[in-house]
Design a protein around this ligand. Sequence first.
Ligand SMILES: Nc1nc2c(ncn2[C@@H]2O[C@H](COP(=O)(O)OP(=O)(O)O)[C@@H](O)[C@H]2O)c(=O)[nH]1
Ligand SMILES: [Mg+2]
Length: 394
Amino acid sequence: MRANEPANRPMACVLTPTGRGAVAVVRVWGPGALDAADAAFRPASGQGLAATPPRRPRFGRLGAGLGDEVVAVVLDGEPGGVEIQCHGGSAAIAMVVEALQGEGARIVEPEAILAASTPSPIVASAWEDLAQAPTLRTAEILLEQAQGALDREIADLIGAGDRDLASRLETLIDRARVGLRLVGGWRVVIAGRPNVGKSRLLNAMAGYARAIVSPTPGTTRDAVTIRTAFDGWPVELVDTAGVREAEDLVERSGVERALRERARADLTLHVLDRSGPLDDRAEPTGPTLIVASKADLPAAWEPAEVLGTAPFVVVSAESGTGLDDLGAAIARTLVPAPPVPGAAVPFRAEQLAALTAARAALESGDRRAAEQTLRAMLPTSFPPGGGRWPVRAG
Ligand SMILES: Nc1nc2c(ncn2[C@@H]2O[C@H](COP(=O)(O)OP(=O)(O)O)[C@@H](O)[C@H]2O)c(=O)[nH]1
Ligand SMILES: [Mg+2]
């Protein structure tokens, strides 16, 4: 459901997650919300909801037939409306939702309520993405944008001097490289010759046996993927088939897939078995971190001596040695300069496109066009009317 959608019907949504609980919360807001809730709600005593002051809980029934016992509260503030607490079983929830639908309410996703509380397209998008943030760290950054960090920076840029504007635009565009990954994360591919310990490394990093580990070379024939996080950055970790001369067809397609996975990885962990001969001459393609594996076994070669200046980490999936270092190195490589707390971070492709267009306009000497592009990212009146601009968290 898109935010700020013009509609003259109230919206309703179940704010509590799917599944059974003791109570569920249904919120109805938007045009005619109070009337719709008032029509559906049957107070146990006294007057209806329309005559009830905000924030005063009212007990009553709601729904077809006898209906469910509910507590209803008229809300003030933005977006206002009525909050209904009913029993948490799916039948009770359905009864309340249907009754509200019967009074003309449209059912929407929970994020819509947050998006509806703002006239800013950026803030509305941030609320939507926040609902999907996979880690606390990514959620914090999106929350800051939901609280107006990016809007404020863009508004500030419009009045900035040319040189200041150029360098701050550059900073924003650079931060989008992190911002655009906050929900989807990064892809890290584990590559290397058969039997060097790729699958076991994936398992060790995931903490459970997701990939088949086997002393028989060529066991991993497909890409095995797990979702994890390093230093709060969400990562999809991909185990691949070892790249070697594959005899059988299934394995060969696994190897081909491995090569494809490498091509679209943000980072490749190139695993080399430190306990055996160094027989892997594969050239790194794209950002690569070398992982010298099986550190618990006697070393057949020393990474510092043979790898030159290439970055490497020595690990043992068996003992766990080096796994923390590896995680930290992955995080540092993916996000070399994490945004500081409170920083404005563009997090959607359309924001990046607008900022890039503004930069291009500025570079071609068209300051006015640059400003227009930036202004178009903001709500039509800035700061928005009514003084309800989202405030910075204290
Ligand atoms: N001693 C030791 N053996 C390991 C380690 N990692 C993997 N192995 C062993 O090496 C063999 C190949 O491991 P696997 O993860 O399947 O290699 P892959 O073909 O690269 O996926 C298995 O017998 C593993 O138990 C390690 O850190 N230490
Ligand atoms: Mg394997």
